[in-house]
Ligand binder design. Structure first.
Ligand SMILES: NC(=O)c1ccc[n+]([C@@H]2O[C@H](COP(=O)([O-])OP(=O)(O)OC[C@H]3O[C@@H](n4cnc5c(N)ncnc54)[C@H](OP(=O)(O)O)[C@@H]3O)[C@@H](O)[C@H]2O)c1
Length: 258
């Protein structure tokens, strides 16, 4: 497979790193020069990766094309590009809807939206993908867990949840800092938080129980877990997360409806 990436930012770097770690069968990877720092570093590190200055040339020389530029420039860049029949076109851009994507990619008809997250560089994390396709699913399942949306509305819901990453990490940073502020060694604090969330993720992943029942199981009656959770619920922390997820969904929906 010859794959080309237009936009060599954070997520392209993570995807390519993950694909190499998974030993995916890639004959050639072409990447755009921008961002210069990232493209130079990737080409230096991996001999199959070549930097190509012209975005159209990337398309001409690839049978799979990935669009991974920032949302603000995506349409402007696509307007000037010509795709080929039979090409597979995958967009990572959250705000580009399927209708526009299909129009820009025509005559190519194999058109997809995918949301890999930075953890793919370690072959981990969900990859929201729409529509479902065996070949595209197979490639992305090498670097994470593909979650197929059944329609565009569901795709917008699933993308909304990917906004939870930084908030989750902020919770980890808050726990860690609470210790550090009390003069606990930084390495020790990070180890505690990391093994706590890793253990919980492992439980979540392997347990056949639903998540709500695990929440109950991980509290002792009158214990400190019960108390902290009750206090946070009283402060409406989780209601606020729900409310703000609705706002993020509305933003994604509005951008995709345009
Ligand atoms: N990061 C995530 O977790 C994530 C998850 C899912 C989807 N996405 C989506 O993936 C896309 C890329 O995200 P990112 O995090 O990788 O952002 P990023 O690091 O800012 O990368 C965007 C890249 O687009 C490049 N670019 C701008 N104009 C270009 C052009 N004319 N030709 C080629 N490249 C051009 C930028 O280069 P310069 O630096 O030179 O301007 C930059 O390298 C976004 O649409 C984002 O919404 C990201």
């Amino acid at each position: 497979m010859k794959i080309g990436f237009i936009g060599t930012g954070k997520i392209t770097t993570s995807v390519i790193t993950g694909l190499f770690r998974s030993k995916a069968n890639l004959k050639q990877i072409l990447i755009s020069e921008r961002s210069k720092k990232n493209s130079r570093a990737l080409a230096k590190r991996l001999k199959q990766v070549k930097v190509v200055k012209d975005n159209q040339e990337i398309i001409n020389r690839s049978n799979w094309v990935v669009l991974a530029v920032v949302p603000t420039v995506a349409k402007k860049i696509l307007q000037d590009l010509k795709f080929k029949k039979g090409q597979t076109v995958i967009s990572f851009v959250s705000t580009l809807n399927m209708k526009d994507l299909r129009r820009f990619a025509s005559p190519a008809t194999l058109v997809f939206k995918a949301a890999p997250l930075p953890m793919v560089e370690s072959k981990l994390g969900p990859i929201v993908l729409y529509p479902s396709n065996n070949k595209v699913n197979a490639l992305f399942n090498k670097i994470g867990t593909v979650i197929n949306a059944k329609n565009e509305k569901e795709n917008n819901y699933l993308w909304t949840l990917t906004a939870g990453m930084a908030t989750y990490l902020e919770l980890c940073a808050t726990l860690e800092n609470w210790l550090v502020q009390r003069k606990v060694n930084t390495t020790k604090a990070k180890r505690l938080v990391t093994s706590l969330v890793f253990g919980l993720s492992h439980t979540l992943l392997l347990s056949k129980q639903d998540t709500r029942s695990l929440v109950k199981e991980y509290q002792t009656k009158k214990g400190i877990n019960e108390e902290l959770l009750l206090r946070l619920k009283k402060d409406k922390v989780f209601d606020k997360i729900n409310k703000n997820l609705n706002t993020i969904f509305a933003r994604i929906k509005k951008a995709n409806d345009q």
